[in-house]
Design a protein around this ligand. Structure first.
Ligand code: SAJ
Length: 437
C-alpha cells in the first residue's frame, strides 16, 4: 500500500505522538480531535499534555507542513483510531454477587462513525484504542459497513495495540515490537506496511481478536503481579517484616521477579483494562477480578499505616507529596494518590497536596499547595505518594529546616530510612513493620 495521507483520530497521549511520528517520516497527517480547544492549542505549536520530546516533535511536524489538526476527518489512505476507552461511571455489570466495571465505548463508536463518509475502497482503518475482545469485528466493522463497503473485502481493517510507556512514548513507539491483527491476512499485511514507516521493533501479524487479547493480557498480567506485591506488603506488615527487603531477597531467585507494592494502581491503562476481560467473561475471571479489588483497596492500607504513624488522623496536618498516577508524569487520572488524600480527609486529616508536574492543577475536594514549601511548612507529617525524581533526591537535612513535620510516611520506598531518622524524623514505610519507628 502507498501511504500519502493519514488521519489520526484522537489526539491524546497515544494519538498525538503517533501523528507527529508519522509526520516526521514524511507522511501528511491530519490530526483529528472533537475538542476545538485542543485543536487550537496544537495548531499554535503548543501541547496540552506533558510528554518528553513531544512539543519539539509537534513543532517540527508543523514547520515541515506535514501536520495539521482539525475537528473533522477528511479523505485519506489510512485512518487510525486512538481515542480513550474509559469505563462507565454510572452503570455496572453484576455477576454472582460481584459488581464489575463496564467499558465506555462511545468514543470508539463516534470515531468510527466519523470515518464513514470519507471511507474509500482500498483504505486502511486501524483501531489502536484498548478495547474488549472482538471490538474490531463486532463493533467497528459493522459501523464502517454503513459506508456500503465491507471490511476485509473493500478496505483493510486491523487492530494494533499501542504498548508505549507514558514518559517514554516517543522512543517506545519506534523501538517496541508491534502486533497487527487484521480482519483478514491482507488487512494485517497492510497494517504491517503502515507501521514499518517508523517502527524499528519487530512487527508481527495476527488476527484482530488475538491482537486485542494480547494488549489486555499484557496489562492484566502487570495488574495481577502488582496485586500480589501489594498483598505481600499487607502480609509483611502483619508479620513484622520489611516487604521491600523480602522482595529484594526473593528476586535473587532466577525465576522470580516480584514487582513493587505502592499506594495502588492508577493510570488509564492497568487499572482499567483488566475490567474489559471481566466484563467479557465474568464467569472465567476470578483471579483478575480479585487482583483489581486488592489494588483498588490499597489506598486504605496506606491510610491505616498513616494512622498508625500519627496515632490519630483527626485534625492532623499532612503534606501529600505527589498526585500523579506514577513517577515523573503529569497524568493524574485514576491516581491512587488522590484516593489516599480523599480517604485521609474523610478521617478528619487536613491535607495539603503538592504535585510538581501540575503545580497549578485544581482537583475537586483537594487543597492544592502553590509550592512545595507551602505544602510542607506547617505539616505534622510528610506523606510520600509518588516517587518523582525530585522527591527522591530531597535532602532530609534541608527539609528539616523547612517543615514542622516530625513524621515521614513513605508509600513507594522512595526515601532512605536512616537518612531521615538521622535528621530527627520518625520514619514509616508501607509494608515495613520491621524498621518503622
Ligand atoms: N505500579 C506499582 N508497582 C509496580 C509498577 C507499577 O504499583 O511495580 C503502579 C504505578 O505506580 C501506576 C500503575 O501501577 O500507578 C501503572 O503504571 P505502569 O508503569 O505499570 O503502567 P502504565 O499504566 O503507565 O503503562 C502500561 C504499560 N503496560 C505494561 O507495562 C504491561 C504500557 O506499556 C502500556 O502501553 C500502557 O499501560 C497502556 O497504554 O496500556
Amino acid at each position: 500500500m502507498k501511504f500519502q495521507k493519514i488521519c489520526v483520530i484522537g489526539l491524546g497521549y497515544i494519538g498525538l505522538p503517533t501523528a507527529t511520528t508519522f509526520a516526521a517520516h514524511g507522511i501528511n497527517v491530519l490530526g483529528v480531535d472533537i475538542n476545538q480547544q485542543i485543536i487550537d492549542i496544537l495548531n499554535k505549536g503548543e501541547i496540552h499534555i506533558h510528554e518528553p520530546g513531544l512539543r519539539d516533535g509537534l513543532n517540527s511536524a508543523i514547520q515541515s507542513g506535514k501536520f495539521k489538526a482539525a475537528t473533522r476527518p477528511e479523505e485519506a489512505d489510512t485512518f487510525i483510531i486512538a481515542v480513550p476507552t474509559p469505563f462507565q461511571n454510572d452503570e455496572f455489570g453484576k455477576y454472582n454477587g460481584t459488581t464489575y466495571k463496564l467499558a465506555d465505548m462511545r468514543a470508539v463508536i463516534s470515531a468510527a462513525e466519523s470515518i464513514v463518509p470519507f471511507l474509500r475502497k482500498g483504505n486502511l482503518v486501524v483501531l489502536e484504542s484498548t478495547s474488549p475482545p472482538r471490538t474490531t469485528i463486532d463493533l467497528v466493522a459493522p459501523i464502517l459497513a454503513r459506508s456500503g463497503l465491507e471490511a476485509g473485502r473493500d478496505f483493510h481493517l486491523a487492530y494494533s495495540p499501542e504498548r508505549v510507556l507514558p514518559g517514554q512514548i516517543l522512543r517506545e513507539l519506534i523501538e517496541n515490537a508491534r502486533v497487527i491483527g487484521g480482519v483478514t491476512p491482507e488487512s494485517a499485511q497492510a497494517g504491517h506496511e503502515l507501521y514499518s514507516i517508523f517502527v524499528k521493533g519487530k512487527i508481527i501479524e495476527t488476527d484482530a481478536t488475538t491482537a486485542e487479547m494480547v494488549k489486555l493480557m499484557e496489562n492484566t498480567y502487570r495488574d495481577v503481579n502488582i496485586a500480589i506485591a501489594n498483598e505481600f506488603s499487607r502480609l509483611s506488615d502483619k508479620f513484622g517484616i520489611d516487604v521491600w527487603e523480602a522482595i529484594s531477597l526473593a528476586n535473587l531467585h532466577p525465576r522470580v521477579k516480584i514487582l513493587n507494592p505502592g499506594p495502588g494502581v492508577g493510570g488509564h491503562c492497568i487499572s482499567v483494562d483488566p475490567w474489559f476481560l471481566v466484563e467479557a467473561a465474568p464467569e472465567l475471571t476470578q483471579l483478575i477480578y480479585h487482583s483489581r479489588q486488592v489494588n483498588d483497596t490499597q489506598p486504605h492500607f496506606v491510610v491505616e499505616t498513616v494512622k498508625r504513624a500519627m496515632g490519630t488522623l483527626n485534625g492532623k496536618r499532612i503534606a501529600a507529596l505527589g498526585l500523579a498516577y506514577k513517577p515523573d508524569v503529569d497524568d493524574l487520572r485514576e491516581s491512587p494518590a488522590t484516593e489516599v488524600v480523599h480517604l485521609l480527609q474523610k478521617e478528619g486529616a487536613q491535607v495539603r497536596a503538592w504535585e510538581p508536574f501540575k503545580p497549578t492543577a485544581q482537583m475537586e475536594g483537594i487543597n492544592m499547595a502553590a509550592t512545595f514549601e507551602e505544602a510542607i511548612s506547617d505539616a505534622d507529617t510528610l506523606l510520600l505518594l509518588v516517587k518523582h525524581k525530585e522527591f527522591a533526591t530531597l535532602d532530609p537535612h534541608e527539609i528539616a529546616g523547612k517543615t514542622n513535620a516530625k513524621v515521614i510516611v513513605d508509600t513507594v520506598n522512595g526515601w532512605d530510612n536512616a537518612a531521615w531518622k538521622n535528621n530527627g524524623f520518625k520514619f514509616f514505610r508501607i509494608g515495613d513493620n520491621k524498621s518503622n519507628s
